[in-house]
Design a protein around this ligand. Structure first.
Ligand code: ADP
Length: 801
């Protein structure tokens, strides 16, 4: 109860009480009893929606009250802003909150002024690599969803980041929040933490299986849910209909349906819209129409259109291909009980903070590329989905239902998921791709300077806690060190007992740029191929070392660099790629074209590939033959099937980026490559980051200035999504690719044109939007941006042309 909550900023106790926290939930009380408010380490393994966030908040707030600062590590970027919004309610008690997102290689000194910082583990890792000074002064770190150390691709970063933070600051309070897993004790031992391991939940949860028109629940109860005529002629539809019909509060019981792919999420939402529509009140229809309109007006994509169609009827889908604006809109409307049913993919199960009356796990298998077929979901994942059932204060209990098509299957699902314990969490650190990155960063950041020191550092990881012996880790690490030495990222100095390891200048750069060393090696090779093959000699290392100080990634540089981008790069600068590109390139050197560069960055392991679909192999083999000259470095032979297919898949990604940089509409691109609009943005962001890195690496290996400028232009074109002639205009804030094109067509071709153009012409090109026009003129540096003096008939006339 609030009286036991001493040591918090004054007013917080009362505020929590006002929020409805009259008493601590049992796991919360246990955490406080274990010294949470006095800076003790704690692992809390409790079910979803059982108040883990409050445990984190109590730890952070008490640390702040003692004069310290806290870091909250989120598993997904999308969750960072959600958490910030939650923590901002403490601002009235003097607690400041900052969120650190953006490029991995960027940094922000302003964060030092915040009491609570929210960031992903990748971002924290990058901040450590770039030497953000405030990291040293942290007093409390919270790791949300720490069971994700089990994740093959992202787990190792979380693991190493926690180990580093704890090494930097021995007094750091570590609070780790986990789903209920089999081996929470091991995680607690790793982190030297007290353990709260509990199944308690604020609302009872029944888990059951629906087969032959009946749900059998784990508590022995049964509910008849017959499958009827359309639109309730399948199990999911019948269950969604039943939940809406049986809840008596007049609002209906909402459902969350988990399916195994984005496509299935979209089509299921379309089907279920016919069900939810029947349960809508007149006023709800009007509100949903408005919502659908909002979605349509904010997007021109098929995905947005499909979403709007479903939302009109009270259904929606939710997956990683949605834009974050649409995701938020869907989540809010679901929480407001306007949307009655969301169909979601399992990857987002952890991210959707949307309790539902009924959770339906429709698909329990999902396609796994590495596995090469349909693979059952982990027990942990299914339990987390089920945990979303039950809305506190609204439902007497939550229901989670799996679907079976026979009694036998029903039994199988009971054994596999209902009665089963979640899998134990296992460290995935001892895998080569993970260690490649982390060994380089660990050495570059000064956590180790010898081979033994490296192993000693690695004993701070969960891997070391779990492994019987460290033989495997040592052999993978040795192999990785060799790779890094061979690529000139590390230098090794062995002499008698000495075995010193240090990062080279370029190794430091790669670490700070947050590149996978293999990506860096690919970029360097490709760029060297473009610089006429000179530069494979060791002179480069010397050059790089001499210039090392010139490549600054000091914490305060980022904002300066960004501003400079907007203000001085581009044509007005008089010193950009276009002019220099006119000068002769040395003989025999392939020209650096955007496509070649997009292909180069798409080949790196840091870019998620597009898969080749049927017909693609033929299509991109043809593209390859047509544009072979533009691609950098030696192509694999067509007989090396796997490597050649990879080459083509990268070419497909490169063509997507090229489409974007030649102003092809976003929805056309989504359609052409069969991806969601969120994916297009994702690829564009990654390409921008990798090209920025390529530019830095190019400078460091002594690439000629015109080649570096070509990389920069390709990067800016992908950043703005425009052809070359619009680069200058699109660099003006608020202009964007479409408005830039319209301005250009109206004869306004540059930033300086914006400063002198007829206002009526500007207004016409911007379709009469006065506020927008004023903002843009102001951003272009015009002295008198006001549109007050523009005669309406003049702008109307301009708009009509
Ligand atoms: P988790 O982080 O474990 O998924 P949350 O922290 O989101 O769960 O908690 C779920 C809900 O329970 C939140 O709406 C939160 O405000 C509420 N809650 C947490 N602790 C208490 C408490 N002690 N008393 C009442 N409500 C609480």
């Amino acid at each position: 109860e609030p009286t036991s909550l001493s040591g918090l900023p004054s007013g917080v106790g009362e505020a929590l009480e006002a929020e409805g926290v009259a008493d601590l939930y049992p796991p919360q009380a246990e955490a406080v009893g274990a010294g949470l408010l006095e800076g003790e380490n704690l692992v809390a393994a409790v079910p979803t929606a059982s108040g883990k966030t409050l445990i984190a908040e109590l730890a952070m707030l008490s640390a702040i009250e003692r004069g310290g600062t806290a870091l909250y590590i989120v598993p997904l970027r999308a969750l960072a802003s959600e958490k910030r919004a939650e923590f901002e309610r403490f601002e009235e008690f003097g607690v400041t909150v900052g969120v650190s997102t953006g490029n991995y290689d960027s940094d922000g000194e302003w964060l030092a002024t915040r009491d609570v910082i929210v960031a992903t583990s990748e971002k924290v890792d990058s901040l450590i690599r770039n030497g953000a000074p405030w990291i040293d002064d942290l007093s409390c770190v919270v790791s949300d969803e720490v069971h994700l150390v089990n994740d093959r691709s992202r787990g190792p970063t979380l693991e190493v980041t926690l180990a580093k933070l704890r090494r930097i600051n021995e007094g750091l309070q570590t609070v780790a929040l986990s789903a209920t897993v089999g081996n929470a004790r091991e995680i607690a031992d790793w982190l030297d933490a007290a353990l709260v391991d509990s199944d308690w939940r604020p609302i009872d949860l029944r888990i059951g299986v629906h087969a032959n028109g009946t749900i059998d629940f784990d508590d022995g109860s049964r509910t008849e849910v017959p499958v009827g005529d359309p639109p309730t002629d399948d199990q999911t539809a019948a269950l969604v209909d039943d939940a809406l019909g049986t809840v008596e509060d007049g609002q209906g019981g909402s459902s969350l349906v988990f399916v195994n792919s984005r496509r299935n999420a979209e089509s299921a939402a379309g089907d279920l819209a016919a069900v939810t529509r029947r349960h809508l009140e007149e006023s709800e229809r009007a509100e949903l129409d408005a919502l659908a309109e909002e979605i349509r007006s904010g997007s021109e994509t098929d995905t947005g259109e499909t979403l709007a169609d479903a939302v009109e009827s009270g259904a929606a889908f939710h997956h990683a291909g949605l834009t974050s604006a649409h995701r938020e809109l869907v989540e809010d409307a679901f929480r407001d009980r306007l949307i009655k049913c969301i169909c979601a993919t399992p990857t987002l199960a952890a991210g959707v903070n949307t309790p539902a009356r009924r959770v339906i796990v429709r698909d329990w298998r999902r396609y796994d590329g590495e596995f090469g077929g349909m693979k059952p979901l982990d027990v942990l994942e299914v339990h987390q989905m089920c945990g979303r059932a039950g809305r506190p204060g609204l439902d007497p209990y939550g229901e989670a239902v799996l679907l079976a098509n026979s009694a036998e299957r029903s039994e199988e699902l009971f054994d596999r998921y209902v009665w089963a314990d979640a899998e134990p969490v296992r460290s995935k650190l001892a895998a080569e791709p993970a260690l490649r990155t982390h060994v380089l960063a660990t050495v570059a950041t000064g956590f180790a300077s010898t081979r033994d020191g490296l192993f000693e550092f690695l004993t701070n990881t969960l891997y070391a806690e779990q492994a019987d012996d460290d033989h495997h880790l040592r052999s993978v690490t040795d192999g990785v060190v060799e790779y890094l030495v061979a690529n000139d990222f590390l230098e090794r100095d062995r002499d008698g007992d000495r075995d010193a390891i240090a990062a080279t200048s370029i190794g430091h750069t790669v670490s700070r740029l947050y590149l996978d060393p293999m990506s860096a090696a690919e970029l360097i090779d490709g760029l060297r191929a473009a610089s006429g093959g000179s530069g494979t000699d060791t002179d480069d290392a010397t050059t790089a070392a001499d210039r090392g100080d010139g490549v600054q990634y000091a914490p305060n540089e980022d904002s300066a660099e960004k501003t400079q981008d907007f203000v001085t790069y581009g044509r007005v600068d008089g010193n950009d790629g276009r002019e220099e590109a006119d000068s002769e390139a040395p003989d025999g050197r392939p020209e650096l074209t955007p496509l070649g560069l997009y292909h180069l960055v798409s080949r790196t392991p840091d870019m998620y590939e597009l898969y080749l679909k049927s017909g693609d192999e033929k299509r991109y083999t043809q593209t390859y033959h047509e544009r072979e000259d533009e691609l950098l470095g030696p192509a694999p032979s067509e007989y090396e099937e796997v490597r050649f297919d990879d080459w083509l898949a990268s070419l497909k990604t490169a063509r997507l980026l090229e489409d974007w940089a030649t102003e092809v509409d976003e929805d056309r691109i989504a359609e052409r490559y069969q991806v969601g609009p969120g994916d297009v943005r994702g690829k564009v962001d990654t390409a921008e980051w990798l090209l920025r890195a390529a530019e830095t690496l190019g400078r460091e290996i002594g690439l000629p200035d015109d080649a570096v400028a070509a990389v920069r232009d390709a990067r800016k074109r992908v950043e703005y999504g425009v052809r070359e002639e619009l680069l200058d205009l699109a660099g003006v804030r608020e202009v964007g690719r479409k408005r830039a094109r319209r301005l250009y067509e109206a004869g306004i071709e540059s930033r300086s044109d914006l400063r002198t153009a007829e206002k009526a012409t500007v207004l016409g090109a911007l379709r009469g939007r006065e506020r927008t026009a004023e903002t843009i003129l102001e951003n272009a540096g015009r002295e008198d941006p006001s549109m007050d003096d523009v005669r309406p008939d003049a702008s109307a006339a301009a708009a009509a042309t």
